[in-house]
Design a protein around this ligand. Structure first.
Ligand SMILES: Cc1cc2nc3c(=O)[nH]c(=O)nc-3n(C[C@H](O)[C@H](O)[C@H](O)COP(=O)(O)OP(=O)(O)OC[C@H]3O[C@@H](n4cnc5c(N)ncnc54)[C@H](O)[C@@H]3O)c2cc1C
Length: 465
């Protein structure tokens, strides 16, 4: 055992299972302190996640306490200056897991050099991913740009090196403090009280994530391939916020899934595969974090229309399935994948608003926001990503609604103004013509654009590039 203190830098790693940095620190040190750096500026545009993180920190702090490990939270807008202040202490070794975003990986390099120079022992571990992002390459060494061959290779690569036994965390000798000027997790809460609603839908904890995975595998995975398309049923796992914040490691998902021989497993694991693919993309092509993956879209004639953007954000476009999705997002911090595609397509193709606006709004409202999936998801929808939907495939929000929310249950749940509208009209209330049931324009808006005209305008804009 080292006499030094073991420090563990926690980022998106609020779990005991498969937390390699934490495991290694408790194996090597009698005294361990975990810490979380709260970058206020970054979270100014990630409001919803402040709620999840605050809750997770509170819960994980209690969990680590039972292992005699303090979890300290430090408010700092500058990682570099934070670490520069601790280099001189020398009485510690430090451990953390990788976060697969170019900015973090670059910072890992910077820190590694600094720790080497200062002769401080450090260890960086694999984070929440199946394969390290640069392990999966084409035969010629180039990164994959298409999902199917990527996943075929990645799946096999992972299968061939399936992990060793899960290790258990050891209890430390006693609890100690390390940092000065720490803050309480409650200081991270968003200012607006709108997040209070989230409490009705989510309990951010590792135990809850594991339980939810178990229920999904027992009751839902069998029908996943079909049910995942229908937003009115709970046909997907709803694990995304837990995965994002590391309460659930994707290796755990893999291990639990391959134990069973049920229909739906392969499809479900392929979705985890999309997450792997997106992480590979943003690290190999980091320009896509700030703009179009496909450069030809740099000339796309986007329109600036604050009124339309605001109607979209508030769920007041007059297209029920779009409005239902946007309101689900605002109220619960999550939106069904099919509906993410529909609302995204509507913003980009019906309103001709740059996908970056949508990306920004999702970043602020999604509890599961992560750079890789959000930026890639938006560029998939917009047609400017790698392996994206072609731009000329324009979702018709009426037909999408009629196909995937036949009875209008999803729409009525989130857009209660439409609750008395017969199902025949629920996705096109403008055809109803019965002001006793719905006064269009006052109870619920008229469509802000006509589908046919918007479609034609989108196709002509696309032709121009
Ligand atoms: C415009 C747009 C933006 C998106 N932004 C995000 C985001 O910020 N964060 C995020 O996690 N996902 C994002 N997605 C992907 C997807 O919508 C969510 O991962 C999914 O809806 C989460 O619900 P679930 O956990 O029930 O998924 P399930 O269907 O149960 O899938 C299990 C897990 O697989 C991964 N996954 C599923 N679908 C996808 C996908 N299409 N792409 C990548 N990974 C996937 C997620 O980690 C998910 O939790 C976005 C999709 C679109 C179209």
């Amino acid at each position: 055992m080292s006499k030094n203190i073991g420090l563990v830098w926690l980022k998106d790693d609020f779990r005991l299972n498969k937390n390699l940095a934490l495991l290694e620190a408790t194996k090597n040190h009698d005294l361990v302190v975990a810490f979380f750096l709260y970058k206020k500026k970054k979270f100014e545009n990630q409001e919803a996640q402040r709620w999840w993180i605050s809750k997770s920190l509170g819960e994980f702090k209690n969990k680590l306490n039972t292992f005699n490990i303090n979890l300290e939270i430090i408010d700092t807008d500058n990682y570099k200056s934070f670490f520069e202040k601790i280099f001189y202490k020398k009485n510690f070794s430090i451990y953390w897991n990788r976060t697969y975003e170019p900015e973090y990986l670059k910072f890992d390099e910077f820190l590694s050099n600094k720790f080497k120079i200062n002769k401080i022992r450090f260890n960086i571990f694999k984070g929440n991913i199946l394969n390290e992002y640069d392990e999966i390459k084409k035969k010629d060494g180039a990164p994959f740009k298409v999902f199917t061959p990527f996943w075929r290779t990645a799946e096999k690569f992972y299968f061939d090196k399936i992990p060793k036994k899960n290790k258990k965390l050891s209890k430390c000798v006693k609890k100690i403090s390390f940092f000065k000027n720490t803050i309480n997790e409650k200081e991270i809460y968003p200012k607006k009280k709108w997040f209070k609603k989230f409490e009705e839908y989510w309990i951010p904890s590792e135990d809850n994530a594991l339980n939810q995975l178990k229920i999904f595998i027992n009751d839902k995975i069998e029908n996943y391939s079909e049910a995942r398309n229908f937003p009115n049923v709970i046909g997907t796992s709803k694990l995304s916020p837990f995965i994002k914040h590391g309460q659930l490691h994707v290796e755990t998902i893999w291990e639990e899934c391959i134990k069973i021989k049920k229909k739906g497993v392969n499809k479900f694991l392929a979705e985890i595969g999309w997450r792997e693919f997106n992480h590979s993309l943003i690290n190999h092509f980091p320009h896509m974090l700030k703009g179009n993956y496909s450069k030809k879209f740099d000339k796309f004639p986007w329109r600036k229309n604050i009124k339309f953007l605001s109607a979209w954000k508030r769920g007041l476009t007059g297209y029920p399935i779009v409005d239902a999705g946007m309101r689900e997002l605002y109220l619960t911090g999550w939106m069904h994948n099919r509906v993410r595609m529909i609302v995204g397509s509507f913003l980009v193709k019906h309103l001709l608003i740059n996908w970056l606006e949508g990306e920004k709004h999702f970043r602020n409202c999604l509890l599961d926001f992560n750079e890789a999936n959000n930026v890639s998801g938006w560029q998939w929808v917009a047609g400017c990503g790698a392996d994206a939907a072609p731009y000329f495939r324009i979702f018709n929000p009426i037909l999408q609604g009629e196909k995937f929310d036949k009875e209008g249950e999803y729409v009525k749940k989130w857009v209660p103004e439409l609750k008395n509208v017969p199902k025949k009209f629920v996705h096109k209330p403008w055809d109803l013509n019965d002001s006793n049931i719905l006064k269009l324009g006052s109870d619920y808006p008229m469509p802000i654009v006509s589908h046919e005209k918007a479609r034609a305008a989108a196709l002509s804009a696309f032709k121009s590039i």
